[in-house]
Design a protein around this ligand. Structure first.
Ligand code: HSX
Length: 209
């Protein structure tokens, strides 16, 4: 499935702040951390839970644990996903983290160069979250997903981003139909430079200068 959080007013407010060209890098980074946290929280609603007994100071009662929250591998796609991952980790604090670098080449081919890849072993209990704020042509994610596959077969693979262009989503779904995509919002289109419109500009540049 493909899920967006357009009906979550607070997530949309943070997105609005990120879009604003007058938002400086301090606010931009903080916004990405916040989105990671609140989108992570929303994603826990799709996870398996387990009933447990808990002793209050007064008596025993029933509680739950979100079992899948404990088996998460976050794949951070440099650079823009760094603050986003920081937010996701507030919800998935047990997460093992893989780091990959992926730089998009020039149009029309947008070939992806991956110079750094460090990914932990993935087990059948794991939920893999590939975090990249921008899903434009989808080339980066296709390349990253191809790589992640080599480290094991998880229970679920989620792509979690801030904005996606319809083109990118279609390409990922074609090649990886089992992958679930969660974004704050699906934007209108790509321009001929491969930028998402209306978008928020280059997330890496805006966060890090
Ligand atoms: C930006 O371009 C983002 O953070 C992604 O890593 C990438 C998305 O572009 P695309 O490969 O989907 O076209 O640096």
């Amino acid at each position: 499935g493909v899920y967006s959080f357009e009906d979550s007013p607070y997530i949309m407010e943070i997105l609005t702040e990120l879009r604003d060209k007058d938002t400086d890098s301090i606010k931009f980074r903080k916004g990405l951390v916040k989105l990671g946290r609140y989108m992570g929280y929303e994603i826990t609603k799709t996870m398996d839970v387990e009933k447990v007994k808990v002793e209050t100071p007064l008596e025993e009662t029933e509680g739950i644990i979100v079992k899948d929250r404990r088996n998460v591998v976050i794949i951070t796609v440099l650079r823009a996903a760094i603050p986003f991952m920081e937010g996701l980790i507030k919800v998935f604090e047990h997460a093992r983290v893989g780091i990959v670098s992926a730089a998009r080449g020039k149009p029309p081919k947008f070939e992806i160069e991956m110079n750094y890849i460090k990914i932990p072993q993935i087990t059948p209990e794991d939920t893999v979250i590939v975090a990249d704020p921008m899903i434009a042509t989808g080339s980066t994610l296709l390349r990253v997903l191809e790589e992640v596959k080599k480290y094991g077969t998880p229970k679920r693979t989620l792509v979690v981003g801030v904005l996606a262009a319809p083109e990118g989503i279609t390409r990922i779904k074609e090649k990886f139909p089992e992958v679930e995509i969660f974004v704050a919002k699906i934007d209108r289109e790509l321009n001929d430079k491969g930028y998402i419109l209306p978008g928020l500009g280059d997330a890496g540049d805006r966060a890090f200068g």
